[in-house]
Every structure is written in structure tokens, then in C-alpha cells.
Design a protein around this ligand. Structure first.
Ligand SMILES: Cc1cc2nc3c(=O)[nH]c(=O)nc-3n(C[C@H](O)[C@H](O)[C@H](O)COP(=O)(O)O)c2cc1C
Ligand SMILES: Nc1ncnc2c1ncn2[C@@H]1O[C@H](COP(=O)(O)OP(=O)(O)OP(=O)(O)O)[C@@H](O)[C@H]1O
Ligand SMILES: [Co+2]
Ligand SMILES: [K+]
Ligand SMILES: [Mg+2]
Length: 516
């Protein structure tokens, strides 16, 4: 062990703590890894490899730097060649795939060949497979999974849930560890056995900055700071062409907190004033905190704060009146219901922090839905963990179907505002009209104005449907919805373009792009 190395869990005095903070791990403390993804299906584009991304994230958190990912076909010689090279170059080699029972699974053979070893039936694996499949024939397909390189090591993980030993162990030869290719199995195995790769000398610290300026215009500043800190801090720059809030994400990564902070400060100061934005990376995770910070502000009494407070109060009442099985959000991907969904999520999470069931959402697809809307509805479903009830057709008829198929449903929360057509008479709680299927409409946003909707979305950095950044300010069906003419302009190349919806000044004109 190195003399100047200080294990993270052994800090018991201030001077030791300071040493730990100032301690810069040497390059020799680093452990590295290479990942070999094995499978013809990936090279043919039939399967998208997610395993390497999963492993990279895990290894990074364990202090291990992945230096190379290779994707190769199911071929013993190619596997052997790659494993030979990787095992010499990296501290750990992780393979994914090719350890099943069929003819195209040849990772064990390939790894054996790399080290000039034979494969043989391992008695422990033979026993496990016999128990599991009730098959003891050494020539069976199942027994192929017991035929591993001679001298290979078996590591059994402990399932964190059941506390039981895993059924099938990780097979390793020297520094090569052979994981299954099925993502759920690989992830499970890696979660149980990741500690095998932990580098106790190193922890990577990360931070980031979000900049609202083109990459090219800040490249020189970044390069300057990157050069100055090149030995201690890795700086990356990643443009995002569609994000509503920033243009470039700058990442910093270091083994030393102090260097990280210094570099971040310099990077921040080198950016043109006002271009580093206060971006919220995890708006859903921070929903409760941020919404209730607005609600509970003891001094603020401006119209926006009042809007948020009243909406939350209405939703809290709805939560008292209905079981979560009796209420859903009417969510069609529009801006107003995006606000409303976020508020509802915060209110539910505030009252039931441990509630992990899905919230219910109703989406009635318009006649010609925009693909951007469909995409956004799906993303929102995943972000907020929604149980989507989908229908196609006329709203009235779909609500009738809802009443038949979901007889327990009593209320729908909506993003309707008083300025919407025919909505000025609505209350916070209004039953549907007499000639409509009977449901309670909960309307928390009635008093909100167009600008409040955008203030909420933008202040909390909520994702919203991309059409709004292209001049649409209200969304219907593709056959009746256009960008708002008030947002149009001629850009520097003489091309007709549209400003984003949040820049529309006169909210009364939000429907100017709608045919009806
Ligand atoms: C859950 C739900 C309940 C509705 N109830 C009524 C109603 O009682 N009376 C009515 O005229 N329209 C009702 N509508 C229709 C809406 O008022 C409105 O026409 C529809 O959302 C389309 O809005 P848009 O023109 O802004 O796209 C309802 C819609 C939904 C999703
Ligand atoms: N097809 C639908 N499926 C589910 N809910 C809907 C549907 N149409 C409307 N709603 C509900 O009615 C509210 C008002 O509809 P509206 O079309 O104004 O959508 P939006 O969210 O307001 O976005 P925008 O005004 O920008 O189109 C929505 O917020 C939503 O709660
Ligand atoms: Co609206
Ligand atoms: K880049
Ligand atoms: Mg709409």
C-alpha cells in the first residue's frame, strides 16, 4: 500500500481531513477498465447495447475509469484476440454476452483461448445447473453454461432484496469478468458484485455548468481553463441543439474537490456575463421542494405567487376529496396541463412522500396528433411515472368510454384557464356540462394568465413540448394548429422563423395560430 494514501473511512482529525481534501491521488492509484460487448445482433443493429452505458456509470461511481469499449461478433478467435489485448491494457476487463446455452455463445471458449486454457465442466456449476434445470447430461445445452475456462473463479453475489445467494455466479479468469448479455441479468449481477471493482484510493467528483451561448463562441475560454487544469480536472463541452434552457453543458471531473471547485470558478468567470444559467437538472426530484418554496414564501404576495398558492390549495383539496384511484390528470401534452401535472405531482408527493404507485393520466389523442406532442406525452409518462389511459376519438365519446371502462373514476384535473374559450364561468370544482358524461372537473389554473404559465415552466426548468420553442403558443390537432404569426420574424439569413412561445407578450393572442 502507498504511504500517502488515506482511506476515506479513516479520517479522525482536522489535519487528516485537510490532508484528505488536499490529497491528489497519483495516476498510479487509478484503476482502469475495458468493456467488451459480444454479440452479432448488436453489430447488425438489431439490438441497442445499453450494457456498456450501465457499466460505465457504475464503474465511474466506483472510482474506475473505463478507457475503451469494444463491440465484437460471436467468434472465438476474435473474442480471444480482444480479450488478450484488453487484459494486458486495463486493470479490469468486463465482457457482456455470449455465456448462454446456444451455439453462438462462445465467450467462455474465447476467454480460455486468450489465456491458452482449456474449458472444462466446473463441478459447482454442474451441481447448480442440475438443481436448477433437473438435467445432469454433460452434453446438454444447459450444461454448456457449466463449461468454463480451467481455474476460473466463481463469485456469488447476495441479492440485496432476498438476502439469498445468487443462483448463477460471475465467472472470472484473471482480470476478465464475464457478465451475461441480457440487460436485466447483467444489471442485477453487477449491482450484487460491483464492489469487486471498487477502487478505494479514488473517488471522482463531478460538477457542471449550463451555458446559453453557442459552443464556438466560448471554445477559447474553455480551452484556456482546460489547459490550466489539464493535470487535475477533466473538462468536457457538450452542445445540445434542442434543450429549451441551455445550449452547452460543460462538465468537470476530478479526483480532487478543491481543484474541481477552483476550475469551476474560473470557468464560470471566463463565460460572458449572464450566460451561465441556473439550470435545474432534476425538476421532478425537486418538485416538492421548489413548489412549496413558492407556496410557503412568507413575504411574497405578487400575482404569480398567489396563482401558485391557489392552485396548490385547490389540488390539496382535491386530494382530500378523492382517492388517487378516483382522480386523473387530463394530460394532452399542452403547456397548461404540463404546469398542472407538475403541481399535482408535488402536492401528492408532499402529502404521501412514500407513495410509489403510478398517478393516473387521461390522454385523448387529437385527430391528427403532432409527433412532437406524442413524444412529449410519452416522456412525461416516464418522468412522472404515470399510468396513462389513452383514447382516440372525440373527447365527449372518449369520456363516455372512460366512465364505462374505469367506473371508479370521479374527477379529472385540467389545465383550463378562464381566458380559454367558454371557460369564464368555470369554478375550481365544476361538474362537466349536463349533456356531457358526468365527471368532476378540477381546475387549479383558472386565474392563471398566459405569462404565469411560462413563468412557472421556465423558472422551474420544466421540460415542455418542443413545438412551443418553434412558435406554437397553443396546441390542438395538426390540421388546425399553426405557429403564432405574432412570433414570426425574418432571421439573419432572410428565412422566416418563429420565436419561442414564452416570448409572446400579449397572452390574449395565444390562440392566433389556431384555426378554430
Ligand atoms: C376531461 C374533460 C372534460 C370536458 N368537459 C367539457 C364540458 O363539460 N363541456 C364542454 O363544452 N367541453 C368539455 N370539454 C372540452 C373542452 O372544453 C375543450 O373543448 C377541449 O379541451 C379542446 O380544447 P382546445 O380547443 O383548447 O384544444 C372537456 C374536455 C375534457 C378533456
Ligand atoms: N385531448 C385531451 N386529453 C386529455 N386532456 C385534455 C385534452 N384536451 C384538453 N385537455 C385538458 O384540458 C385542458 C385545456 O386544454 P388545452 O388545449 O388548452 O391544453 P393546454 O394544456 O392548455 O395547452 P395549450 O393551451 O397550449 O394548447 C388541458 O390542460 C387538459 O387538462
Ligand atoms: Co391552454
Ligand atoms: K464536445
Ligand atoms: Mg391544447
Amino acid at each position: 500500500m502507498d504511504t500517502n494514501q488515506i482511506p476515506a473511512n479513516d479520517i479522525n482529525s482536522t489535519s487528516q481531513l485537510l490532508n484528505a481534501i488536499n490529497y491528489v491521488p497519483k495516476v498510479s492509484d487509478q484503476s482502469t477498465a475495458g468493456i467488451i460487448v459480444i454479440g452479432d445482433e448488436i453489430l447488425k443493429g438489431q439490438t441497442l447495447d445499453t450494457n456498456s452505458n450501465f457499466i460505465c456509470k457504475k464503474l465511474f461511481s466506483l472510482g474506475v475509469k473505463v478507457q475503451k469499449i469494444s463491440v465484437i461478433c460471436d467468434d472465438v478467435d476474435i473474442i480471444a484476440e480482444e480479450v488478450t489485448q484488453f487484459s494486458q491494457k486495463f486493470t479490469h476487463v468486463i465482457t457482456s454476452g455470449g455465456i448462454g446455452p446456444t451455439h453462438d455463445d462462445m465467450t467462455f471458449e474465447g476467454v480460455a483461448k486468450a489465456f491458452g486454457l482449456q474449458t472444462q465442466h466446473h463441478p459447482k456449476l454442474v451441481e447448480l445447473i442440475t438443481d436448477w434445470f433437473h438435467i445432469s447430461d454433460l452434453n446438454s445445452a444447459e450444461m454448456k453454461m457449466a463449461k468454463i475456462p480451467e481455474g476460473a473463479k466463481l463469485s456469488f453475489g447476495i441479492d440485496p432484496k432476498t438476502k439469498q445467494e445468487s443462483k448463477y455466479p460471475l465467472v472470472s479468469v484473471r482480470n476478465v469478468h464475464m457478465f451475461p448479455g441480457v440487460p436485466s441479468l447483467l444489471e442485477k449481477a453487477f449491482i450484487m458484485l460491483g464492489h469487486l471493482f471498487q477502487n478505494p484510493n479514488v473517488q471522482f467528483y463531478t460538477d457542471d455548468l449550463y451555458v446559453n451561448k453557442d459552443e464556438a463562441s466560448i471554445a477559447a475560454s474553455i480551452a484556456h481553463v482546460a489547459e490550466k487544469y489539464k493535470d487535475t480536472v477533466a473538462i468536457g463541452s457538450y452542445p445540445d441543439l434542442i434543450n429549451s434552457y441551455y445550449k452547452v453543458k460543460l462538465t468537470l471531473e476530478s479526483m480532487n474537490v478543491k481543484s474541481l471547485q477552483e476550475a469551476r470558478k474560473e470557468l464560470y468567470e471566463s463565460m460572458p456575463a449572464g450566460t451561465v444559467i441556473d439550470y435545474e437538472k432534476d425538476p421532478v426530484g425537486s418538485a416538492v421542494a421548489r413548489v412549496y418554496t413558492i407556496v410557503d414564501d412568507p413575504v411574497a404576495g405578487d400575482p404569480f405567487t398567489v396563482c401558485v398558492r391557489n392552485a396548490v390549495a385547490t389540488l390539496e383539496r382535491a386530494l382530500e376529496m378523492y382517492q388517487l384511484s378516483e382522480i386523473c390528470v387530463g394530460f394532452n401534452g399542452g403547456k397548461d396541463c404540463t404546469v398542472m401535472l407538475h403541481l399535482w405531482y408535488a402536492v401528492v408527493k408532499k402529502k404521501f412522500p412514500d407513495y410509489n404507485e403510478k398517478l393516473q393520466a387521461l390522454y385523448i389523442r387529437s385527430r391528427y396528433p403532432f409527433p412532437e406532442v406524442e413524444k412529449f406525452v410519452q416522456l412525461s409518462r416516464d418522468r412522472y411515472n404515470l399510468q396513462m389511459i389513452h383514447y382516440d376519438g372525440r373527447i365527449k365519446e372518449c369520456l363516455a368510454t372512460l366512465k364505462v371502462k374505469h367506473p371508479q373514476m370521479k374527477a379529472v384535473i385540467m389545465g383550463t384557464r378562464k381566458t380559454d374559450p367558454c371557460s369564464d364561468q368555470l369554478r375550481e370544482f365544476s361538474m362537466t356540462d349536463a349533456d356531457w358524461p358526468q365527471l368532476m372537473r378540477v381546475n387549479p389554473l383558472l386565474e392563471w394568465h398566459y405569462k404565469h404559465v411560462w413563468q412557472f415552466l421556465r423558472q422551474l426548468c420544466l421540460p415542455y413540448c418542443s413545438l412551443y420553442d418553434r412558435g406554437y403558443s397553443s396546441l390542438g390537432s395538426m390540421d388546425n394548429t399553426h405557429p403564432n404569426p405574432l412570433l414570426q420574424y425574418i432571421d439573419e439569413r432572410g428565412v422566416l422563423a418563429f420565436r419561442p412561445a414564452y416570448l409572446l407578450e400579449n397572452g390574449e393572442r395565444e390562440r392566433d395560430g389556431r384555426n378554430k
